[in-house]
Design a binder for this molecule. Sequence first.
Ligand SMILES: Nc1nc2c(ncn2[C@@H]2O[C@H](COP(=O)(O)OP(=O)(O)O)[C@@H](O)[C@H]2O)c(=O)[nH]1
Ligand SMILES: [Mg+2]
Length: 375
Amino acid sequence: MDKRKPEWVPEASSDHFATNVIRGGRADASRSKGHSPSRKTWNIDDIESGLITGNRTMLAKAITIIESNSPKDFETGQELLKRLLPRSGNSIRIGITGVPGAGKSTFIETFGLYLIGLGKKVAVLAVDPSSSISKGSILGDKTRMAGLSSHESSFIRPSPSGGVLGGVARKTREAMILCEAAGFDVIIVETVGVGQSETAVRSMVDFFLLMQIARAGDELQGIKKGIIELSDLIVVNKADGDNVLAAEKAAGEYNHVLHMLRQATQDWDTKAVTCSALYASKIEEIWDIINEFVELTTENGAFLKRRSSQVTAWFETLLHEALLAKFYQDRKICELLPKLKLEVESGQAPVVYAVTKLLKEYYSGIVDDLPQASQ
Ligand SMILES: Nc1nc2c(ncn2[C@@H]2O[C@H](COP(=O)(O)OP(=O)(O)O)[C@@H](O)[C@H]2O)c(=O)[nH]1
Ligand SMILES: [Mg+2]
């Protein structure tokens, strides 16, 4: 290692004092002024033009900006999205869920490489609100996607970490827009069923795939009906070796139950099929089903209708959240709310009175027309 003395060292310092500087570090910055790539400030135009030619480094940089929590990055990120939005939308967005160990990562590797073989460009994103705790468990296992992650027609990005599901989902949606602008034509969003993450992913994709495995004694119990009703396809994975029959039996049982459940998509009969992600069997069938789905929903209008209602719902959710946050962070409200809450709880103040008082307090000085508590 290249050790150098810093400019100032205490007179009585021995070798044990931290007096060595590693070349290229912060304290050494004056030497590399303007040359160090880590110090180079990016330019939004460069990112935009690089991204639209499919440059993956620029795509990654753009995603880092939209994931950042700094106000300056927020502005840049939103400006980038505004510029790139007209170039987005030309992809098939596929959500994949299933318990850990079902084989999602293995499937994405096999399926992704198959699609690349067809000339597609495949981006893989994730929604995992627990990833800040588990240090990015989902997609952390890039070893299972070794072929895909090293392929130039793919782009793999782990879940943004930290924050609540809403924030994680927002960042993934925005990353999806950027991937589309960069020319990726299949976007796969992986999630594990933590909290409401499945619903969040369903609300950002066109096609939702539930990956299952057949387990001895598992008579479809413990599988949430709600998740099945969100799904456009159930894939029973690991249909290989001794497990083929069990997988087919499980798929049959699903098909039986599916008749009795609500459809996730208008006119589309969700069905269950088997596959082996590990041995790449029946992968083509799954892609055929997805294409059939796209064809049918394009014809009946459900495809575009879903996309537009997704974006409207997203808009409304963000607006509600922003308004609520503003309200709850208000200094006057922070003081008054706990007091009024106590008064309501102890029966001293009527509920409508308390709500009206809070709104009056919040809006005083902002607007003349005070909103009323709902009647
Ligand atoms: N036999 C068999 N094993 C598989 C298959 N797909 C995945 N696995 C194995 O199941 C384990 C979990 O797979 P992984 O892809 O990490 O599951 P994930 O947690 O859903 O992403 C790994 O040991 C895989 O090798 C398959 O089709 N057949
Ligand atoms: Mg995985």
